[in-house]
Structure formats: structure tokens, C-alpha cells
Design a protein around this ligand. Structure first.
Ligand SMILES: Cc1cc2nc3c(=O)[nH]c(=O)nc-3n(C[C@H](O)[C@H](O)[C@H](O)COP(=O)(O)O)c2cc1C
Length: 232
């Protein structure tokens, strides 16, 4: 492939990736999922440690996991509440991050016509995370808790590769830290090893283009806002 075509394809795959929050039920062949994961595993990792471990859930297995998490989420089970194993977000929010976080929440709820005081609708929208937003494939990622922070860096490369490889096949994704709030529910359901720690989940499938939430467009700071060049 010539350089110009490669640039166009890679740029398009990166630029067209966004978090999709409503999917079509259309199933994805297992071969495609395996192909995406094999490609993603070409991600670099410190001393080639490859710290990823993936559970792929489809069909009834996906539905059973969703039901277990939703029971914990909506507290209908009466069981003990899960305890997250790591802080994805800071305990105390501050600018500019809190402003960006507020904007996406505001924009998403705006598209769904959910008003500020409609707490129940917010809870239900959040709950859609646990149905993998209707996607036919749910991915759950774990890491060996004995590994260091560096392995979490490696994990990010791997996750992004999945998202980009998905785009090249006309598929979309949504990475989901929401699952990290339910490590005990998910861990006992999927029979995690004691050293396995839940990192996050991801939805994978074809976008439902009719869903208003998928019209969400997110901004980015210009390069000059986060970069300094040093040349003297
Ligand atoms: C590790 C990670 C976890 C995320 N967790 C969630 C989640 O639980 N639910 C959700 O709807 N979006 C989640 N997102 C999506 C972000 O909100 C999204 O990436 C961000 O707003 C930028 O939008 P874009 O992905 O469409 O470019 C997550 C993204 C990342 C990278």
C-alpha cells in the first residue's frame, strides 16, 4: 500500500472512532472478534509483558452477566455492595478536567432530553452500560494485580488498538470504566483468579445510527493547549 493511502486509512480509522452508546443487535462472527484481538495484541508493552486478559461475552452469557451487574447496580439483590479496586477518577475533581467531564454529561443528557432533576432517568441511562448498550459483544478486561502501573499504560495501547481495528471492520466500540464499580459481582460471575483485577469493559458492534446518543460529538483541546516545543 502506498504511503498516502495508508495515511488516509489510518487517519480515518482514528478520527472515526468515538464512543458509541447504542448498538444494533446484529451478531459479530467469532472470527472477526479473534482477528481484532490478535491485531490489538500487537500493541507494545514494557519488555513485551502483554498484561491483557480478555473475557468475550455474547448471547446468553452476556445477558446473564448483564443481569448480575444490574442486580447489583439497582440493589435489587440485597447483597453487599461492590467495592471498586482502583480509582479511575480523582476523589476530588478540579479544573480543567471537571469542566470537560461536566460538558460531556450535559451534552449527552441534552441529546437524550434528560433534565437536570430527572435522577431516575440518569440512573437508567447509566444502567445501559451494563447491557453493553445493546451491543452483541461485551468485552471484560483484567490485569494481574501484581503488575506495576506501567502495565496499565500498556493496557491503554491494547484497548485503543481494539477500537481502531474495530473501525477498520465497520464496527464501533465504547470503552467502559463503569464495570470497574462491580469487580466482586463480575469477578465471581466470571470466576476470576485471585490475582485478577478488573480493568474495564468494552462494547463492540455495529452502531445504531438512529439513536440520538450516538450524535454526541466530543471536543479536543488544540495541540497548542497541551504541547510545548523546545528547539533551542
Ligand atoms: C478507559 C475509559 C473508560 C470509559 N468509561 C466509560 C463508561 O463507563 N461509560 C461511557 O458511556 N463512556 C465511557 N468512556 C467514554 C468516554 O466518555 C469518551 O471516550 C470521551 O467522552 C471522549 O469521547 P469519544 O470516545 O466519543 O471520543 C470511557 C472511556 C475510556 C477511555
Amino acid at each position: 500500500m502506498d504511503q498516502e493511502t495508508l495515511k488516509k486509512c489510518v487517519d480515518e480509522a482514528i478520527n472515526s472512532r468515538r464512543s458509541v452508546r447504542a448498538f444494533l443487535a446484529e451478531p459479530i462472527p467469532r472470527k472477526t472478534i479473534e482477528e481484532i484481538l490478535a491485531l490489538a495484541s500487537r500493541a507494545p508493552s514494557g519488555t513485551n509483558t502483554q498484561p491483557w486478559r480478555v473475557r468475550v461475552l455474547t448471547g446468553n452469557a452476556k445477558q446473564r452477566l448483564s443481569a448480575a451487574i444490574k442486580a447489583s447496580y439497582f440493589h435489587v439483590s440485597g447483597g453487599p455492595k461492590d467495592t471498586p479496586e482502583y480509582d479511575y477518577y480523582p476523589r476530588q475533581w478540579f479544573s480543567p478536567y471537571v469542566d470537560r467531564r461536566r460538558k460531556i454529561g450535559f451534552d449527552l443528557y441534552g441529546l437524550l432530553n434528560i433534565k437536570k432533576d430527572e435522577k431516575q432517568r440518569m440512573i437508567e441511562q447509566m444502567g445501559k452500560n451494563f447491557e453493553f448498550f445493546g451491543a452483541p459483544v461485551g468485552l471484560i478486561f483484567t490485569i494481574d494485580r501484581r503488575l506495576g502501573q506501567g502495565s496499565w499504560l500498556d493496557y491503554g495501547f491494547f484497548l485503543e488498538n481494539i477500537a481502531i481495528a474495530a473501525r477498520a471492520r465497520g464496527l464501533h466500540t465504547c470503552p467502559q470504566a463503569a464495570f470497574a464499580d462491580f469487580p466482586q459481582t463480575i469477578g465471581s460471575h466470571l470466576k476470576f483468579e485471585p490475582e485478577e483485577m478488573l480493568v474495564c469493559g468494552m462494547s463492540l458492534g455495529f452502531e445504531d445510527t438512529s439513536a440520538p446518543e450516538n450524535r454526541l460529538k466530543t471536543d479536543r483541546e488544540p495541540v497548542s493547549g497541551f504541547t510545548q516545543f523546545f528547539d533551542e
